[in-house]
Write a protein that binds this ligand. Structure first.
Ligand code: THU
Length: 161
């Protein structure tokens, strides 16, 4: 059997070191936390997406008493941007979280389903974009330079044709 290695880089930084555009995106993602409908998990997730035309779309997680119907913040934000601008490239995506039951010592990673959706947005718009993750409880920001860094081996349309 042959061993294959992936070369995946991600970066860590702090909120104060972010450039102005990303700072603004972080603020919008953080504002989304207050709109999160998450009475069951009490885990709030806020997302913000900066499009190529400089418009920003936000989103937050939406839960339901029928648990499998919950929708993650990432998909709310991406699908909402996709509804208005179906093929507009994305400049950057920012995610932040707040757990109402405890302080978090590090940013939370997007779930696998959202990674797959993030991946398809990068692919369909033809432009990779960075994904920043943060939590309101910590100054640390992790930056994944593109969707492949979050989800290597994503499923994509090339298998379907
Ligand atoms: N959640 C997100 O919004 N994004 C993720 O990537 C992971 C989880 C939400 C779903 C649910 O409302 C709560 O966080 C707890 O799983």
């Amino acid at each position: 059997m042959e061993k294959h290695l992936l070369d995946i880089a991600y970066y860590s930084t702090t909120v104060s070191e972010l450039n102005k555009d990303v700072q603004r995106l972080r603020e919008i993602a953080e504002n989304q936390l207050d709109m999160s409908y998450s009475p069951y998990s009490e885990f709030q997730v806020g997302a913000a997406i900066l499009l190529e035309n400089d418009e920003i779309f936000g989103g937050c997680n939406q839960e339901n008493a029928s648990y499998p119907l919950c929708l993650c913040a990432e998909r709310v934000a991406l699908y909402s941007a996709g509804t208005r601008y179906p093929n507009m490239p994305i400049q950057a995506m920012f995610l932040t979280v707040r757990n109402k039951k405890k302080k978090l010592d590090k940013p939370a990673s997007p779930c696998g389903a959202c990674r797959q959706v993030i991946s398809e947005f990068a692919e369909k718009t033809g432009k990779p974009f960075p994904i920043y993750i943060n939590t309101v409880d910590s100054d640390t920001v992790i930056m994944f330079p593109n969707a492949d860094a979050l989800l290597p081996f994503s499923f994509n349309k090339e298998y379907l044709s």
